[in-house]
Design a binder for this molecule. Sequence first.
Ligand code: FE2
Length: 386
Amino acid sequence: MAKEVKSVEYGLEKIFEGAQDFLPLLGTDYVEFYVGNAKQSAHYYKTAFGYQSLAYAGLETGVKDRTSYVLKQDKIRIVLTTPLTQDSPLHDHLKKHGDGVKVAALWVEDARSAYEETMKRGARSFMEPTVEQDEFGEVVRSGIYTYGETVHIFVERKNYNGVFLPGYKEWKSDYNPEPTGLKYIDHMVGNVGWNEMNTWVKFYEDVMGFVNFLSFDDKQINTEYSALMSKVMSNGNGRIKFPINEPAEGKKKSQIEEYLDFYGGPGIQHIAIATDDIIKTVSQLKERGVEFLSAPPHTYYEAIPERLGVHMDMMKEDLAEIEKLAIMVDADEDGYLLQIFTKPVQDRPTLFFEIIQRMGAKGFGAGNFKALFESIEREQQLRGTL
Ligand code: FE2
């Protein structure tokens, strides 16, 4: 059963009981993707998801070996980076993993102390504290590895008022598609290998001071064919949530295993992005060509009033419209949530996005796991990887 930490509060200033405050995190700073063609990826994220041009680094700014486009929508910043030279180490990453998330950067007050405290507790170093400066001030960054080749970079920007980071210039574009209502990153999920989930749960507990506030075992997350296990890790103020998935034995291949095969090891499986109006957001995303997983069967929607119970009365959205858009609904004791999942956003069946609207609910849609995974399995079937 779901293990709950006492006095779970999402109020931003409430600290989870048991969480450590040696690593105060202010929020997600940015997410950096290594991609095969940053210019074209930037166009996709602007056109399809409504991100805005923010900053650029490359040959024109004196960077010789890579180019990076930075996009923004409300509180979300994504960086799309591609190598420019034949001998760039980024190629090794791309060859192994394909397009994917390299950096989940975390906003901190003090990047030196974040590094010292996590290294002292057993972290593996990615980047020693480094000061970067330009005419807008200075930024201190440091970084540690998490699962696979994925890293957390700690960003201290209290003495900086430039557009992104030193070395980047503002990117002014004549092409500015409208935003789609994406507001902030709700959670980022990692897939790890067989028997590795607890190792990484321990890493987030011991090295980063997080708490495990929800757990799901393979009895709870399974379909006729496959299964997985998942544990949700959160930092003390609840702003950073990293669920971790591990495959489990089933009759056929788990979607987590499919990910591990194609990504070449552990990595970020999906990024959940919050919106205040999922109907509007998803309608726009669909119009702009974002592909979502197919809808659960009609019986799923017929069962919603019963599944939501008391929360059905507070539901403002029209069920028929939700069904038409293939959005899923779940509830817990605190309220309900609406969510939908994209298909993978690159050629390999690896990273995808979730769009989520929380109406009080603090969970992750456990009531939808079965319908969701059946939908994923239909896709796996088409790929011949089930
Ligand atoms: Fe999720």
